[in-house]
Design a protein around this ligand. Structure first.
Ligand code: ZN
Length: 501
């Protein structure tokens, strides 16, 4: 007898896995075997599917059913293939046309009564389906479908049970509307206007937000470095649909209950004792789990007391800073997991933090060793080095909301200008492109030439200044950086190691 096919998909942590389900009915003792590395939950699918089919008014086929899950070499976990298996079995029994079973991608566990239930990490799964089989109709329970409603490239349809699924697919009833939950509420508890006596640092933070520049905050303990860093996510524009989906997919890979999409950029502040696996991610019980740097995707990764982090943890940041992804080992494979974050590193000037004061007894050697823990190549990727001193005066920062508006306007300007080089933020433009296609005005070129000729600055340092100068121009709504913008940019990046003065 013929082999019938349906499609389902599972979540393996941070990656979705499209599964082809084949069912074959043969003569022999009645029963059902599932092959293709199923775990216990899938093996138990046999009993759930059988009851669900019976309780939905269909007859269980007589004979022996073999269900094959492909690709056969990959382990499959969870109960999310129930609905797909049921469809392949019903096609085998000629209860539904084979084309109905084969068309959509089915996501869902079945209750014994035939009800369709939610599956964990549906967004990740749906994103993979959209990538591997664009245009697919995806069936799942209303809760699952409301989660994946925003995923582009698929056509989600909610169904409450097996019979409804078949009625909708055969056209005997129309699909229920998709319920979309409102965005998750995000009213921030912190505001830039609470920062007192740090106007220059607040201005620097605004520039960092507008251009997506990585930041090193150096200064003695207690001057407010952490307070400043915590306010950065609120200065960033809310996440787009696609970005919010990617963030939810990473964060919610084990979650079935859905509270709506979260559009606030994430803020992650791992402690310096965090292990390497917790930082970069890894495999836990066969499931891929995101590390702190992936959870900070499209948001801010803050490393307080940066030099206290292990060398390995710091070096692990270099790949994501360059490519926006991190390689995570999983069994025999290496997965590339998204990790495009804005880095903020805070550092004390010396191990005791009091460098320059009479209370500091750190030797010059100790200070040098401490500062060198953040390596040159890592520092090279950080556009802004901001010195944070003790607060001066009582001037407050602007309201976060107002700054965010300015940041958004500046980002629109840079995105428009940079569309031809396929990036949207000034921090992402390569030095080469920057020099060839986006020079400053003539007066600024002369100033920068002077700096170079007097051999004060190397090429990379000049590139960084130019990048920052463009962000400053975008914030000011100026067409091209001039002397003023270049001078302000130069002050944001002194090219020496953490300041001890
Ligand atoms: Zn010291």
């Amino acid at each position: 007898m013929a082999v019938r096919v349906s499609y389902g998909a599972l979540n393996n942590g941070m990656v979705g896995q499209l599964v082809e389900v084949q069912a074959h009915l043969s003569n022999g003792l009645p029963g059902m075997t599932i092959v293709g590395l199923p775990d216990t939950a899938i093996s138990e699918s046999r009993d759930r599917v059988r009851s669900a089919i019976g309780n939905s008014g269909f007859t269980w086929p007589t004979g022996r059913i073999t269900v094959g899950l492909s690709p056969a070499f990959e382990h499959k976990r969870g109960s999310g293939l129930d609905l797909a298996i049921a469809m392949a079995v019903l096609a085998c029994a000629n209860s539904i046309p084979p084309a109905i079973a084969e068309g959509p991608v089915y996501l869902g566990e079945l209750g014994l009564d035939g009800s369709v239930r939610s599956v964990p990490g549906a967004i990740t799964t749906a994103l993979s389906v959209a990538r591997e089989q664009p245009g697919s109709i995806v069936l799942g329970c209303p809760e699952t479908i409301s989660q994946i409603a925003l995923v582009p490239g698929i056509e989600p349809i909610p169904v409450v049970n097996l019979s409804q699924a078949i009625q909708v697919l055969t056209g005997t009833r129309s699909a229920d509307p998709i319920q979309i939950l409102p965005d998750r509420d995000h009213s921030s508890a912190v505001d830039l206007s609470e920062v007192v006596g740090q106007r220059p640092a607040c201005r620097s933070l605004e520039i960092a937000a507008a251009g997506g520049h990585h930041v090193l905050l150096s200064g003695p303990p207690g001057v407010g470095k952490t307070m400043l860093a915590r306010r950065l996510p609120d200065l960033l524009p809310p996440l787009s649909d696609q970005q919010a989906l990617e963030v939810c997919a990473l964060r919610d890979s084990a979650v079935t209950t859905w509270a709506g999409i979260d559009r606030s950029p994430p803020f992650l502040a791992p402690h310096h004792s965090t292990t390497l696996v917790a930082m970069v991610g890894g495999s836990v019980g066969g499931m891929l789990r995101p590390g702190q740097i992936s959870l900070a995707h499209h948001g801010v990764l803050f490393l307080d007391e940066g030099p206290e982090f292990s060398r390995k943890a710091l070096e692990a940041l270099r790949q994501p800073l360059e490519s926006g992804t991190v390689s995570v080992a999983r069994a025999a494979f290496t997965e590339r997991v998204p990790a495009e974050f804005q880095l903020v590193v805070a550092a004390n000037p010396c191990p005791c933090g009091d460098a320059g004061a009479i209370t500091c007894h750190c030797s010059p050697n100790e200070i040098r060793r401490y500062q060198q823990r953040i390596s040159g190549p890592l520092l090279d990727r950080i556009d802004m080095h901001i010195r944070v001193g003790v607060p001066v005066g009582s001037a407050r920062g602007d309201r976060s909301e107002d700054v965010r508006d300015r940041v958004q306007r500046a980002r629109q300007l840079s995105a428009k200008r940079l569309a031809s080089v396929e990036v949207s933020l000034n921090s992402r433009v390569s030095g080469d492109q920057l020099r060839r296609r986006f020079p400053p005005d003539a007066a600024a070129v002369k100033v920068m030439d002077d700096w170079r000729q007097r051999n004060q600055l190397g090429m990379r340092a000049l590139d960084r200044i130019l990048r920052l100068a463009w962000t400053i121009s975008d914030l000011a709504g100026v067409d091209q950086p001039g002397e003023v913008e270049v001078a302000e940019a130069a002050a944001l990046r002194q090219d020496h190691r953490l300041d001890v003065s």
